[in-house]
Design a protein around this ligand. Structure first.
Ligand code: NAD
Length: 475
């Protein structure tokens, strides 16, 4: 059903339909998009069924045939133009996403949306580096490795940073010569629509980037079960990750899963106390809705009481409020449903009401408490003391997750020893959230399957091929 329904969100016109084969298409049924800032309805969005998803995958297949044959330097040029388009619309993207998911407007403007542009630029440049493909010789034979397009990539992601996390997968998939079908999160679906406009203006062929709006259990499930999908890039919870992996198994579709975490944050007595404190309080950022957050503070016993006293004091200065205000440090939780799930004691913010949950710290939990093992995805941290390095490592590794870990220490040898023994895809020492897009990123244990970043991304999205050529004895 060709339509072009648009909502006006913070003064920005946004399509609320799907984008399939370069055209806006509606659905007879729609879902309601509510802003977490004030629980007001901001849009009625198309709700894709399996037939709509099928149309999107077919459109993507048609586009992939030509896009995959487009020379890398021309693909890279389109990706750079998409980055230009994102940069030109940073303000629009920022205000729409803040209204949609309640994250800080100032973060969207200063770091999140610039990173969206960077995702496209980085993988455009990386693609051109790959063009000097690996050449090897073996027993006099020449071996040439190439990264061939694999077809259609399905991208599904969460609401906490929907555009940034999606483009971290969309950009390398397009760079690899694939077409993309993206199912944005139903709690924050709108910036994907703006990206759709930007890709078309940038000259990405129609069908190169398709958006199917809808509910995870409907549109998402139909997409990951579609036999025409050749790669699945999923970011979300462990529970949904299991469903996605099961659906992918039926078609043997290669799947990259970036899932949840319950990361440890270790503070040794020899750490810079102010730096450790600043970073520990920073774990409340985005109201704790950060997969990588170090939500379990593990503090050496000799400084435990002092550190916590200063922590509570510093947390008292964190400003909670409307995420559009420049002075706000943390905003609301995403939805009523998530708010109820996050309610583990501690604090709804009664002054603000709505979906605002106070930064909360739990201490003295009994061993085995689910507070120490379950991802809450809200502004809720726990604190535990440890006696020595061995106990710190044992406590840190005592979950089913392995996404990230943070260590504060002034002793380099200790940093190396501890880092080697932590189970995590990324370990930060005396820093946090530092991401080189060229480095591998992903989770261990239940936090995910696979690594992306730099060449690892191409290894996943592309069909890696080795052409072995023996010297010809002919004419
Ligand atoms: P979620 O798993 O509920 O939803 C994620 C996406 O999956 C949504 O777009 C949803 O519509 C879709 N979905 C739901 N059911 C589906 C199904 N059966 N088949 C296919 N798709 C389906 O996660 P969420 O609540 O949106 O996000 C929070 C979670 O994401 C947390 O666990 C967080 O740690 C994780 N996360 C991980 C990373 C990472 O890089 N590892 C980054 C951000 C968030």
């Amino acid at each position: 059903m060709p339509t072009d329904e648009r909502a006006v969100v913070e003064g920005v016109e946004v399509s609320t339909d799907h984008l399939i084969g370069g055209r806006r298409l509606g659905s007879p049924t729609r879902f309601t998009d509510v802003s977490p800032i004030d629980e007001q309805v901001i849009a009625e969005v198309g709700r894709a069924d399996a037939a709509t998803v099928d149309a999107a995958v077919r459109a993507a297949h048609r586009a992939a045939a030509d896009w995959g044959r487009t020379p890398p330097k021309d693909r890279a040029a389109v990706l750079h133009r998409i980055a230009d388009g994102v940069e030109a619309r940073i303000d629009d993207l920022s205000v729409v996403e803040t209204r949609d998911n309640g994250s800080l407007l100032r973060s969207h403007r200063r770091s999140v949306m610039p990173r969206v542009a960077r995702n496209f630029r980085f993988f455009a440049d990386k693609l051109l580096e790959l063009d000097d493909a690996d050449d090897m010789t073996f027993n006099g034979n020449h071996e040439r490795v190439t990264w061939d397009p694999s077809g259609v990539t399905a991208v599904i992601g969460p609401w906490n940073a929907p555009l940034m996390l999606a483009t971290w997968r969309i950009a390398p998939a397009l760079a690899a010569g694939n077409a993309v079908v993206h199912k944005p999160p139903e709690w924050a679906p709108l910036t994907a629509s703006v990206l759709g406009d930007i890709t078309l203006e940038a000259g990405l062929p129609a069908g190169g980037y398709n958006v199917v709006q809808g509910i995870g259990e409907e549109a998402g499930a139909a997409l990951v079960a579609h036999p025409g999908v050749t790669r699945i890039a999923f970011t979300g919870s462990v529970e949904t990750g299991r469903l996605v992996a099961a659906a992918a198994a039926a078609n043997l579709t290669p799947t990259s899963l970036e899932l949840g975490g319950k990361s440890p944050f270790l503070i040794f007595a020899d750490a810079d106390p102010d730096a450790a404190l600043r970073q520990a309080v920073g774990q409340f950022d985005n109201a704790g809705q950060v997969c990588l957050a170090g939500t379990r503070l593990l503090i050496e016993s000799s400084i435990y009481d002092d550190f916590l006293e200063r922590f509570v004091d510093a947390t008292g200065r964190v400003v909670q409020g409307d995420p559009r205000d420049e002075t706000t440090d943390i905003g609301p939780l995403i939805s009523r449903e998530h708010f109820e799930r996050a309610l583990v004691g501690g604090g709804p913010n009664d002054d603000l009401g709505g979906l605002y949950y106070r930064p909360t710290l739990f201490v003295n939990m009994p061993d085995g408490s689910s507070l120490l093992t379950r991802e809450i995805f809200g502004p809720v941290l726990t604190a535990q003391p440890f006696r020595d390095e061995a106990e710190a490592i044992a406590l840190a590794n005592r979950t089913d997750y392995g996404l990230a870990a943070t260590v504060y220490t002034g002793d380099e040898a200790r940093a190396r020893r501890v880092g080697e023994q932590l189970v995590a895809g990324t370990v930060w020492v005396n820093c946090f959230f530092v991401r080189d897009l060229d480095a591998p990123f992903g989770g261990s244990r239940n936090s995910g399957i696979g690594r992306e970043g730099g060449r690892w991304s191409f290894d996943f999205y592309a069909d890696v091929k080795n052409v072995v050529t023996a010297p010809s004895s002919g004419g």
